[in-house]
Design a binder for this molecule. Structure first.
Ligand code: ATP
Ligand code: MG
Length: 253
């Protein structure tokens, strides 16, 4: 039986807009399992990013509970939530910001050194390995301003996983990348998931979605559909694409 890593109970989120309340998440109940590569899909504006921010404690919730490893994190004080996020979560967003006066390699190692469980040698080795995996090894000693947007983004993804977070949150991580860079990033995500990294990713890209072993569909602020797949294999890519496409059609995607 898979272990529940993160869950939401009756999660509601509203935004105050023009004197009224805009209800975005409507009693969401969801579980994310340890070791899974979970993907959230849904129409633009359905609340996917909002759900990711609420689950990761980046944004407050209106009512309900968010539970991470049996701990109700939605009630944590901001200071404790910040500490938990730094230690347990990794984040990848569509627009990422590396530290501009550090090289790509330093961006990774500085984050890696925050984790006192690892020796400097191990941090350097993992940083090198990750930069190689995302194909930015040659640019590793350059500043973010001296590399392409795709290279900077791939380095930021490598940085997000340097400390092997309990859960990696990713919001459209390949949204701004071309096909080759998208494939490199997806290959990295699949590799770290195979190594045990739990991932929760929002995407509208079928090529990214087929990497998941569990897909959730968000509509009108509710999870209204779910599909499970076996772990990803390259040879299965085409047939997974067909399966995911037909599931999405059934969801009125
Ligand atoms: N801070 C905010 N204040 C008011 N409304 C907001 C705020 N953030 C998001 N919304 C609204 O909540 C809804 C859901 O937004 P969200 O960004 O979660 O959608 P999404 O599913 O991620 O869409 P996309 O696929 O376009 O990224 C949208 O209607 C959006 O306008
Ligand atoms: Mg979004």
């Amino acid at each position: 039986m898979k272990k529940v890593l993160l869950s939401a109970r009756d999660l509601c989120k509203s935004f105050a807009v023009n004197g009224g309340q805009n209800h975005i998440l409507d009693n969401v109940n969801v579980e994310v399992y340890e070791g899974d590569f979970t993907v959230i899909m849904g129409a633009s504006g359905s609340g996917k990013s909002t759900l990711l921010y609420c689950l990761s404690g980046m944004d407050g919730i209106t009512s309900g509970e968010v539970i991470y490893q049996e701990r109700v994190i939605s009630r944590l004080k901001e200071k404790d939530m910040t500490a938990l996020r730094a230690l347990e979560f990794g984040f990848v967003f569509q627009q990422m910001h590396l530290v501009s006066n550090l090289t790509l390699m330093e961006n990774l190692t500085v984050t890696g050194f925050l984790n006192h469980k690892k020796s400097s040698k191990d941090v350097l080795e993992r940083a090198k390995y990750l930069l190689e995996t995302v194909n930015v090894s040659e640019a590793r000693n350059r500043l973010p301003a001296q590399v392409s947007g795709g290279e900077a983004q791939r380095a930021a993804i490598a940085r997000a996983v340097i400390n092997e977070p309990g859960l990696l949150f990713a919001d459209e991580p390949t949204g701004a990348l071309n096909r080759k860079n998208t494939d490199d990033v997806l290959a990295l995500l699949s590799t770290i998931n195979e190594e045990g990294q739990s991932i929760l990713m929002v995407t509208h890209d079928i090529r990214a979605a087929i990497r998941a072993n569990r897909l959730l569909y968000l509509e009108d602020g509710k999870i209204c559909g779910e599909m499970t797949l076996p772990p990803f294999y390259y040879d299965d890519a085409k047939s997974r694409e067909t399966q995911v496409n037909s599931w999405l059609s059934s969801m009125a995607w």
